[in-house]
Write a protein that binds this ligand. Structure first.
Ligand SMILES: Nc1ncnc2c1ncn2[C@@H]1O[C@H](COP(=O)(O)OP(=O)(O)OP(=O)(O)O)[C@@H](O)[C@H]1O
Length: 301
C-alpha cells in the first residue's frame, strides 16, 4: 500500500510546553484513518501541523513524498481539508460558490466542477442558493470544494457535526465511495465513536500528545474476552457466585459477564444444576467506545 501521509517523530511545543511528544504514523492510499483522543489530546494541533496552519517544532510530515517543512506548497497541493466549518456564501448558489473558489485557484476547469458536484450528489440542487440547503447538503458542498483541486488526502475534522442520522449516513457513504472508487485517503477526527467504528478502516488513539494505539477497527473491537449476556429466570443465590467468580453485572433479564468462550459451557452447567432457567446467552463484542474508554483509562492510570 502506497503511503500518502507519514508523520515522523513529530513534536510540538508552545511557549516551552510540550503538546505533541514524538508522533509517528502512516496513512496509506484508499484508507479512512480515524483520529481519536480525549479532549486536549492534541488532535487539532496535529491536524493543524499537517495542513501547515501551525509550525512543526521537531520531526517532519510528508504528504505524497513532499515534506511539509521543505516543500510546503508541494505537500499541501495534495491535501483537501475541512478543518473548521466550510465558509460558503449563502446568498450565492452552490455552483457560484464553487466557481468563486475555482477562480482563486489555478487549473480548475468547468468539467472538474461538474465532476465533483456529481460525485457528492448535488447535481439536482447545485443552482439553488446555499441558504436553501440543509446542513448535510452544505457539508457535501464543502466536501465538493475541497475536492476541486484533486487532492490525494482529505482531512476532515468532525465532518458529521450537527448532522442528523440520515445526513451522517450520507457523508459516510460519500467518504467510503471516494476511498474505494477514487483511491483517496481520508483522515477523520470525531468524538462520535459509533460513527468512527462504521466509517474508519484504522483508528489511532492519541492521549497527552502521544500515540497510545493504532489498529484496524475490527482488531480494536474484537477481543478474546467477550461480553456475554445471559437471559435467565430468577437467579436467587447464584447472584453471589456469579459476582464473586465472574464479576457479573446483574441486569433486568439476567446477567452479563466478561469471559473467554471456553468458560461458557461450565457456567451453563452450573446454572442448570442450580435449577435456574436459562432462556439464552449471546455474546456482544465490545464497541469501539468500550475499547477507547478502557485504553485511555489504562494509560491515565
Ligand atoms: N495556541 C496554543 N497555546 C497554548 N496551548 C495550546 C494552544 N493550542 C493548543 N494548546 C493546548 O494543546 C493541547 C492539545 O490541544 P488540541 O486542541 O490539539 O486537542 P484536541 O485533541 O484537538 O482536543 P479536543 O478534542 O478538545 O478538540 C491542549 O492542552 C491545549 O490546551
Amino acid at each position: 500500500m502506497k503511503p500518502v501521509l507519514t508523520l515522523d517523530n513529530v513534536k510540538k511545543s508552545i511557549k516551552g510546553k510540550s503538546i505533541i511528544n514524538g508522533l509517528s504514523f502512516t496513512v496509506v492510499e484508499g484508507e479512512v484513518f480515524g483520529f481519536l483522543g480525549p479532549n486536549g489530546a492534541g488532535k487539532t494541533t496535529t491536524i493543524r501541523m499537517i495542513v501547515g496552519l501551525m509550525g512543526i517544532t521537531e520531526g517532519d510530515i510528508v504528504v505524497c513524498g513532499k515534506s511539509v517543512k521543505k516543500d510546503f506548497e508541494g505537500a499541501v497541493a495534495n491535501i483537501g481539508a475541512i478543518v473548521e466549518n466550510p465558509e460558503m456564501y449563502k446568498f450565492l448558489t452552490g455552483y457560484q460558490n464553487l466557481h468563486q473558489y475555482a477562480r482563486m485557484h489555478k487549473g480548475i476547469t468547468k468539467e472538474k466542477i461538474d465532476e465533483v458536484v456529481e460525485l457528492v450528489g448535488l447535481t439536482a440542487r447545485i443552482h439553488d442558493k446555499v441558504k436553501t440547503y440543509s446542513l448535510g447538503m452544505r457539508q457535501r458542498l464543502g466536501l465538493a470544494q475541497c475536492l476541486l483541486h484533486s487532492p490525494k488526502l482529505l482531512i476532515l475534522d468532525e465532518p458529521t457535526n450537527g448532522l442528523d442520522p440520515a445526513g451522517i449516513r450520507e457523508i459516510r457513504d460519500h467518504l467510503r465511495m471516494l476511498t474505494r472508487e477514487k483511491g483517496l485517503s481520508v483522515i477523520v477526527s470525531s468524538h462520535l465513536l459509533s460513527e468512527m467504528e462504521m466509517m474508519c478502516d484504522r483508528i489511532a488513539i492519541i492521549q497527552n500528545g502521544s500515540l497510545v494505539d493504532v489498529q484496524q477497527v475490527r482488531d480494536f473491537v474484537q477481543h478474546d474476552q467477550l461480553v456475554y449476556n445471559f437471559e435467565t429466570g430468577n437467579l436467587g443465590d447464584a447472584v453471589v457466585w456469579l459476582k464473586e467468580e465472574y464479576n457479573a453485572t446483574i441486569v433486568e433479564n439476567g446477567f452479563t459477564i466478561e469471559a473467554g468462550k471456553a468458560e461458557i459451557p461450565a457456567i451453563f452447567k452450573k446454572l442448570v444444576l442450580e435449577g435456574i432457567d436459562v432462556y439464552g446467552a449471546k455474546s456482544v463484542s465490545k464497541s469501539l467506545e468500550d475499547r477507547f474508554l478502557e485504553i485511555t483509562a489504562e494509560k491515565e492510570a
